[in-house]
Design a protein around this ligand. Structure first.
Ligand code: AMP
Ligand code: MG
Length: 312
């Protein structure tokens, strides 16, 4: 359902976001499926709605550069780009700060975060009043084109609370620049030109692989250091166990993704539980079978990548 951005409707959006629900948010690039970026459950609902068979890291939207204080580690180039192009269609990838309160699921387990300040009055108003950060990928079902009007969002998500923000002025995704390495990388061309960015921070390199098409293949992508065994009903001696649903096993080496076999709950817990178990004295992590439906597809995709032999 599409709602005009009246005071009352914005209040409804804010309370939905606080409850961990997903809403349709206009930005200047494309409409987003937005949820509270600090709540794992809320972020899991975004992935559930999009029906994407894998987790990709989401862009985190804030009201201003200050809103990201304590979430990422800033550097001079990031500072200059933010001051020049924000609010606007430029996403910066920076190291996640150890003090970050953002959901690990929102960055698909990566040690970095992609952040941006959108240049749209309705998005900025909501971010300001929400006084927090919103994770938001484009508001289309996986495989469909990005929505540039509220009605496009409604076609894919008829039950979603969508705020009307007119036709998006840019209509193209944000440019993504990765500033976590020695040289800045252009991860995705978009609403701000390469030349404009290079005029501020100098030459951008283009990665030889495409992290956008296959985020799980990114070099920096979190892979557990312990070996994983999948579809395991009974863990071996010395293995930690990531259960799904009722299990007879108990102890500090057992974590349960979801006692009730709720896939959204499992997705919300996935990255933090995997990290938690990825330590000695365990010498491996066994993972229970997870059904290949809904969010289970993305969970299995991520597990398979993590269990695959590592390229050197
Ligand atoms: P969008 O489809 O506009 O929501 O943008 C999401 C894209 O941003 C992902 O598919 C990644 O390519 C990129 N991205 C998001 N977070 C990160 C990150 N932490 N590191 C690298 N790229 C990221
Ligand atoms: Mg998209």
């Amino acid at each position: 359902m599409i709602f005009l951005p009246t005071l009352e409707n914005i209040q409804n959006v804010l309370s939905a976001l606080r409850k961990g629900e997903v809403i349709g948010l206009p930005t200047e690039t494309v409409y987003g499926l937005a949820a509270d970026a600090t709540q794992d459950h809320a972020v899991a609902h975004i992935f559930e709605k999009k029906q994407r068979p894998s987790f990709n890291p989401l862009i985190i939207h804030g009201y201003s550069q200050d809103a990201f204080q304590g979430q990422v580690i800033w550097n001079d180039k990031a500072d200059m780009l933010a001051q020049t192009f924000w609010p606007g269609p430029l996403t910066l990838v920076l190291q996640r700060s150890p003090s970050s309160s953002l959901s690990l699921l929102a960055s698909a387990g990566l040690p970095s975060l992609a952040i941006r300040v959108p240049n749209h009055p309705v998005a900025l108003n909501i971010l300001h009043l929400f006084d927090g950060l919103l994770a938001a990928p484009s508001a289309n079902l996986s495989g469909k084109v990005s929505p540039t009007q509220a009605s496009h969002v409604e076609e894919d998500f008829p039950d979603l609370l969508i705020i009307e923000g007119g036709s998006t002025s840019i209509g193209l995704e944000s440019t993504i620049v990765d500033l976590t390495g020695l040289s800045p990388l252009l991860l995705r061309p978009g609403g701000i030109s390469r030349e404009d960015i290079e005029s501020i921070i100098g030459p951008l390199k283009t990665p030889s692989f495409s992290p956008i098409k296959a985020p799980g293949m990114m070099k920096s992508h979190y892979a557990p250091s312990l070996p994983l065994r999948l579809n395991v009903e009974a863990p071996l001696q010395g293995e930690a166990y990531l259960a799904f649903g009722p299990t007879p096993y108990e102890g500090p080496h057992i974590l349960n993704l979801s006692q009730t076999k709720d896939l959204a709950e499992a997705a919300a817990n996935f990255f933090k539980m995997l990290r938690f178990l990825d330590h000695p004295p365990f010498h491996g992590i066994a993972v229970a079978p997870i059904p290949l439906t809904r969010l289970g597809l993305a969970l299995n995709d991520r597990l398979q990548r993590a269990a695959a032999p590592r390229a050197l």
